[in-house]
Each structure stands twice: as C-alpha cells, then as structure tokens.
Design a protein around this ligand. Structure first.
Ligand code: BEZ
Length: 395
C-alpha cells in the first residue's frame, strides 16, 4: 500500500473513532497492515502443455501455507489464481491484472520463460514483490535483475550446464542439441555447450521447432546424418512425453540425455521409452533426507500425486516468502527488512542445501540422474552448489 493510501485509511479510522466518541487509540501502520490479508497472486499455466507443472507448483505453495496455519508473518493469506496458458503474448496484460486490478501484494509466477519476461516488465515497473517458481529466463537475474524479484527454481543455463559438464568429463566429443525455439531451449543449449566444451567436447548441431509444436519427425530424421555420440534435449511437460517416446521409436544409435525437465514428472506416461535416460537437475527422486521424505509424504497426502521438481520449486517459493514475511512480521512496507531477510535465506529445501546469490537467484546442487523403473534416481552430483553467473546484474 502506498503512503498516500495508508494515510487515507488512517484518516478514516480516526474519523470513525471520533464519531463513536471512542478514546483516541490509533492503530499503528503495522497493526493496519497486519489486519489485512496478504494477497498472493499465482500466475501459472493451468491449461496447455505445461498445465501439470502449474498445478504442482500451486499445490505445493498451498501446502506450505497450510503448514504455517494459513498465515504468513501473522497475516491471513488470500490466493488469486490466473491461468497464463503459457502464452507470452498475454503475459504483460495478465500480470497487470494481478498487480493493478487485484492489488496483489506478491506475485508468484510463472513456468514459461517468454511469459516471465512479460511479468518481469510489469513487476519492475510497479515494484511488486515477485518470486519465480520455475521459468528459467536468464535476464530475470542477470542484466534485468531487480531488488523485488527473487527466483527459487533455476536459470535455464544451470541444469543443462551440469549435463554438459558430466558428458565432457566422460570424454564425449560430439553432441547435438534438440529443443523448442524459445528462451528456455536456447539458454539450456548454451549451458549444455559450455559444460561440454569444458571437457573438450562440441555441440555440432542445434535442431529446433516452434513452441509448443510437437512435429518431431523432421528433426529426428536428421540425427543419423550428424554422426554424434549423444543427443541432448530440452523439452518439458506434454512435449517431453511425446519427444522421448518418438526418440525411442526412431531407434536412434546416439543415446538421448538432457536438462532434467525431459523426464521430470512425466516418467509414468513415458513408460519404457524413458528407461536409462540420463539427465541433470537440481532435484531427484533418490535424495535421501528426512526433509525430502517429509515433503514427499505431505505432498502425496494432499494431492495423491508424487512430488517432482515443480512441486519443490513452488514449496520453496512459499518458504522464501514466509522467511521474508516473518522477518518483518507481515509488514510489507518494510521493504529493506523484507529483501534483506530473503537475500540471506537458506531455504530448508527438499532438494538439499541452498542459498541465494547476489542476483537473488537460488544456488543449489545439480544432480546427475538416471531414469530407472519410473524414478529419476540420483547417481551423482554433476555440479556442487552451482550459482548462475548473474552476468550484468548490479544490486
Ligand atoms: C521455461 O520456459 O523456462 C521452462 C519451462 C518448463 C520447464 C523448464 C523451463
């Protein structure tokens, strides 16, 4: 709430109190803020190829708030949900609806990198607190970073860099990269190439198709001619299910691997086609810690679904918000206190140890996983405590 509005509401309370002949016991700004529910805007995909990702993020945010008794920093939480359909063209308008019309105190969103850039424009202008629970668009915590924007998921670069690094260490010299032609696919490809090059390998070809198209056959047909040892890929959600199945059906010699979204939350529908696929991600089914076990159980009890990385990221977005709100006792006007606590946060995440970088991006392990009998089993650490470079960010 702006100072002008706050003054107006205090004025009204004063008037009301005097009219009733009450003793002049003025509520403090803090008490007024505490009495109002905290409006949390959830801008996520609830339809389209990323619908399941948005649902798991939402369920996990709700889970954490329920574990906190429905309150953060002493304030009741009120959710406002908006389906962004993973349509970048509607991103700015949808974000404006939440920030301006609905007066959300905080915006948690979204999944798709292109939509995120629309949100980012709006929250940078309005100064609304924004926590990113998935979309990995680099600019958000690099050259366009902002003091009111935090991310609890990843940058697109991070997991793919881990995969490239692991392949490079094994001596892989020639690889191809297949993906959707938008920020997440491109930036993941950059990370994959950079990691591979560290070990002396090369990405000799990048094959793309438009998001969210799934006409993979023309791309798959080119792979045998490339003479590569492995094929890396970024796809997620429904697109990943279909790609992995068609890759297997094509009987290609080069093993498929990728950024972990390729097999995350979709092993069931992928079936045998995913068996043995190696990917790298900041989460894996085998993370053996009481924290992870408790989270997975609570998520399953609430939703009857298994937790995945999207659920973890949503849970951690809500945890980060809780850390900030508790530090300022619900008073979001104390921006300095709020951001200070969030920057210093070490979220107790199901994924393992975390911290926040100077650009307000999460720092975490990138695990190497192998799809085994319906689980993304952790088989090693591809990159420990990996921070995004945060290039161009000055906070
Ligand atoms: C993205 O657009 O940033 C994204 C979408 C799904 C999974 C991972 C990243």
């Amino acid at each position: 709430m702006s100072d002008t509005k706050m003054t107006a509401s205090r004025r009204q309370l004063i008037k009301g109190g005097l009219a009733a002949g009450a003793t002049l016991m003025l509520p403090t700004r803090f008490a007024i803020a505490q009495a109002k529910p905290l409006k949390v805007g959830l801008m996520l995909p609830y339809s389209g190829t990323f619908a399941k990702l948005g649902e798991n993020i939402t369920s996990a945010v709700e889970l954490l708030i329920a574990e906190k008794g429905g309150k953060l920093g002493g304030r009741e939480v009120q959710f406002i949900k908006l389906d962004d359909e993973s349509k970048p063209e509607n991103g700015p308008q949808n974000a404006e609806r939440l920030v301006k019309r609905d007066a959300a105190d905080v915006l948690i969103g979204t999944v798709h990198s292109g939509v995120q850039m629309g949100i980012h424009k709006v929250v940078r202008e309005s100064g609304t607190l924004c926590i990113v629970p998935n979309a990995g668009a680099a600019a958000v915590t690099r050259d366009l970073c902002a003091k009111n924007v935090f991310r609890t998921s990843f940058t697109n670069w991070q997991p793919a860099y881990g995969m490239g690094l692991a392949l490079g260490k094994r001596g892989v010299k020639k690889a191809a990269w297949v993906t959707w032609d938008y920020a997440a696919g491109k930036e993941s490809g950059d990370g994959f190439r950079e990691g591979l090059e560290k070990g002396g390998g090369q990405v000799v070809q990048v094959l793309t198709l438009k998001f969210p198209e799934t006409n993979f056959q023309p791309l798959l047909a080119q792979i045998p001619g490339l003479d590569v040892e492995v094929v890396g890929a970024f796809f997620a959600g429904g697109g990943a299910v279909q790609f992995v199945k068609e890759y297997k059906a094509a009987g290609l010699k080069a093993p498929l691997c990728g950024s972990g979204f390729l097999t995350e939350g979709v092993l069931g529908p992928q079936g045998d086609a995913a068996e043995g696929l190696e990917t790298a991600l900041h989460y894996g089914d085998g993370i053996d810690s009481p924290r992870n076990a408790a989270f997975r159980k609570a998520f399953k009890d609430k939703t009857q679904r298994d937790a995945d990385v999207y659920a973890v990221q949503g849970y951690d977005a809500a945890q980060l918000l809780a850390i900030g709100l508790e530090a300022v006792k619900g008073n979001m006007e104390d921006e300095a206190g709020l951001y200070k606590a969030m920057r210093a946060a070490r979220i107790d995440s199901p994924r393992g140890p975390t911290s926040m970088s100077a650009s307000q991006e999460i720092v975490h392990n990138i695990y190497l996983r192998k799809a085994t009998k319906g689980e993304n089993k952790v088989i090693g650490i591809a990159a420990e405590a990996l921070a995004d470079p945060g290039t161009g960010c000055k906070l």
